[in-house]
Design a protein around this ligand. Structure first.
Ligand code: MN
Length: 749
């Protein structure tokens, strides 16, 4: 972790303090740390912290930082950040003090374990870099990061201390060489700031970004900082003007609150300038108004909305810019209500409303989140997130650089919220597609996905989702993943599951190639054995026999050289004479007969079949359906399906008027019913459907409507059938067609 290179020569002390003074200074820092930690210290803790400090101070005693100061200042500062800015406790303080000892000094993990126990030694282990034989290597970097993540899922404190370490290094980056500054800054922007964001540490994230920008874009950074300073007075005046009426109303409403204007970070202003291609002067939201309420947890949501109402009474809100993270907190735990309103002089102003508790979570993220977790039955977001990371880590076999890229997109990107048809919320990274969603539900659903319905509209698997979408996945048993799919997904989970599935598909296809090869070899009198297979793999320069089989199966290799190769070189082995195998008599499987039930009779109660009846309009029964008769007043007997929406109430309330009913064979009358067919829009699929219906089965089509969209179609077809048997046969024939996802009956009203 120590990117701050270490100098072991005391001579580099540019402060020119004598040793005594230096020791005093170190002790002063240490005491400040203890003071900050005091509210959390229990009996016996003080001695442990003291012990950790002494061990670290002693281990680092000959080391200095690039700046020249004694090295021990760094671990003390990291511990201080952990306590004051992240809200961590005694155990984390000890780990922070020790975090560089195992890597850089003679102290071993065993020493730490003996002294402080297993819990602390594990965290320190997580904080220790994998021994870097080759430093500046990116995959080494990725490997180290992967290690942090593995530890993170055991104990999130590792990542929090790691972030504190990074923050202190960024704060003291001045004394480093320019290349180092750039390398460390870009790493910070790339991984650590997003990670801080994901952990809910907004202040740390913002500071990391600003510091990195200061080194990466020094000119722009200075420019924006200066302009912010120049416009400060005017901004303060405006903020006060904006706040005044709101404040009055809040006081009148009896709220206990804090209200202030807060400038946005330099980095975020710069982002806005780049994104919108505008100058500093044109960025309207240089600041946000924040209102923090002292509300009891049971009333905070209600109070936030009351405040929202007060503000929007005063200023007109922009309807598209209401962000309700009260009902749906972000997965990093962030809760608040954001709105953008039209302030004085027609300027848009963002207002953030949150309770004291929410504010603490926004600032201290994970640590605060755990503090408030007790008694909260809501499924823990971080645990869920860690679970997802764990799952991906356990299935990843790609190399680390790839992994890091995937990880970043899957777990550190901004998120969208989408809904299942049942209304469950799923969070996915921005850019996720219908296919990502399918895999996020289950990989078995992912591999069979042929499309989706987004807000009830049919879309293809590559459709990019947006927050608020309701997504229903459409699957087909005939679907198979292909290479293209890797371009349709962004989540690590989907990627690795698709790769697995592709391997499986390849293996299945290769089986075919294996048989072709066997036939060909036997055809030229050569043996189908491992030696010959290996010879051919070598001859064609494939990596494996799987490759050989696969290339043969897809006809990329037609083995044209095989005969010549064998004759010329006599290089393939002959088969060994074998005992004849027992002939296995071929068993033709009996043709599958469509099982027709012999006879069905109308039995209306026990009477004859001449009773007049009508078919209920609510459920349109056709012969073969499970039905019952209902004796109505005036209309005689009405036949309902037992699955009719009205059935339950009729059966329950008018049981005495219900008559047992069955169908007779009836080929004279046919009944209109509808089929909804969803599938892939294959060439000629509609033709195939109609030819089955009217050609093979001679069923009359009354109407047909097909809507197709990006490779998917949804057809609704109305047909006349004699009975349920006929309908069922039709459905089963249609389902056998390639690319058909579902065939469902619907009632023709
Ligand atoms: Mn460090």
């Amino acid at each position: 972790m120590e990117e701050q290179a270490i100098i072991t020569a005391p001579a580099a002390n540019k402060y020119n303090l004598d040793e005594e003074q230096e020791k005093k200074e170190i002790l002063r820092h240490y005491r400040a740390l203890l003071r900050a930690l005091r509210p959390k210290i229990k009996k016996g803790d003080k001695e442990l912290v003291r012990r950790a400090f002494e061990i670290a101070a002693d281990a680092h005693k000959t080391m200095r930082r690039k700046s020249g100061e004694p090295y021990i200042f760094h671990p003390i500062s990291v511990a201080m950040i952990c306590v004051e800015e992240i809200g961590l406790g005694v155990r984390s303080t000890i780990c922070a003090l020790l975090h560089d000892t195992v890597e850089d000094t003679d102290i071993t993990l065993e020493d730490v374990e003996r002294e402080f126990g297993h819990e602390i030694s594990r965290i320190v282990d997580g904080l220790t870099k994998i021994s870097n034989v080759i430093d500046t290597n990116t995959s080494q970097q990725a490997e180290n990061f992967k290690k942090i993540l593995l530890t993170l899922t055991d104990d999130p404190r590792v990542i929090l201390i790691k972030l504190a370490d990074r923050l202190h290094n960024m704060r003291t980056l001045d004394s480093m060489k320019r290349e180092k500054q750039l390398k460390i800054s870009s790493e910070t922007i790339w991984v650590y700031a997003p990670l801080a964001h994901r952990m809910g540490l907004y202040n740390i994230k913002t500071e990391l970004e600003d510091l990195a920008m200061k080194y990466m874009e020094p000119e722009t950074y200075k420019d924006i900082a200066q302009k912010l300073a120049e416009t400060k007075r005017e901004r303060t005046r405006y903020i006060n003007e904006f706040i005044r009426p709101v404040k009055d109303q809040l006081i009148k409403g009896g709220f206990d609150f804090e209200i202030y204007g807060r400038p946005k970070s330099i980095h975020s202003i710069w982002n806005k300038m780049k994104k919108k291609g505008v100058a500093f002067e044109e960025v309207y939201d240089l600041f946000a108004i924040r209102i923090i309420l002292d509300s009891p947890q049971a009333k905070e949501k209600e109070d936030c909305w009351k405040v929202y109402s007060i503000i929007t009474d005063e200023y007109t809100p922009s309807p598209e810019r209401l962000r309700d993270w009260l009902s749906n907190p972000k997965s990093n735990g962030y809760e608040a209500l954001h709105t953008t309103v039209m302030g004085p002089e027609g300027k848009w102003v963002e207002v953030q409303i949150r309770s004291r508790r929410m504010n603490e979570i926004a600032e201290k993220g994970l640590a605060a989140h755990y503090k408030y977790k007790e008694g909260n039955s809501d499924e823990d977001r971080f645990d869920k997130w860690f679970g997802q990371i764990r799952e991906v880590l356990s299935t990843q076999d790609t190399d680390s650089v790839d992994f890091l890229q995937d990880f970043k997109i899957s777990f550190l990107a901004e998120e969208i919220y989408v809904y299942t048809p049942k209304g469950d919320v799923k969070m996915l990274p921005v850019g996720s597609t219908a296919l990502d969603f399918a895999f996020s539900i289950h990989s078995a659903i992912g591999v069979k996905c042929i499309g989706a319905k987004i807000n009830h509209k049919l879309v293809s698997i590559s459709h990019v989702l947006r927050s608020g979408d309701q997504v229903e996945i459409i699957t087909s048993n005939k679907q198979k993943p292909n290479e293209d799919w890797l371009n349709f997904v962004v989540t690590a989970k989907a990627k690795s599951k698709i790769k697995d599935a592709l391997k499986e598909v390849r293996r299945t296809i290769a089986e075919e190639g294996k048989y072709i090869l066997q036939r060909k070899l036997e055809g030229i009198g050569a043996a189908f054995n491992q030696i010959n297979i290996d010879t051919l793999v070598g001859f064609y320069k494939y990596n494996s026999q799987l490759d050989l089989f696969y290339q043969i199966a897809i006809k990329a290799n037609e083995l044209k050289e095989l005969k010549e190769f064998n004759v010329l070189g006599d290089r393939l082995e002959q088969p060994k004479p074998q005992k004849p195998l027992h002939e296995v008599p071929a068993v033709e499987s009996a043709p599958h007969h469509y099982n027709k039930k012999d006879s069905e009779l109308i039995i209306f109660g026990e009477s004859s079949d001449r009773i007049m009846y009508t078919l209920a309009k609510c459920c349109n029964p056709i012969p073969g359906d499970n039905v019952f008769g209902f004796v109505s007043t005036g209309k005689g007997l009405i036949i309902h399906r037992t699955s009719c929406p009205n059935a339950a109430s009729l059966l329950a309330n008018y049981g005495h008027r219900v008559v047992k009913t069955k169908w007779a064979k009836n080929k004279e009358i046919s009944f209109l019913t509808g089929l909804k067919i969803i599938g892939m829009d294959d060439v000629g699929v509609i033709n195939k459907i109609t030819s089955i219906i009217s050609g093979d089965l001679k069923i009359n089509i009354s109407a047909i409507a097909i809507e197709s969209n990006e490779g998917l179609f949804e057809g609704s077809i109305k047909v006349f059938v004699y009975d349920k048997e006929e309908l069922e046969e039709l459905v089963s024939r249609l389902k056998q067609l390639n690319g058909i996802h579902s065939v469902d009956r619907f009632d023709v009203g």
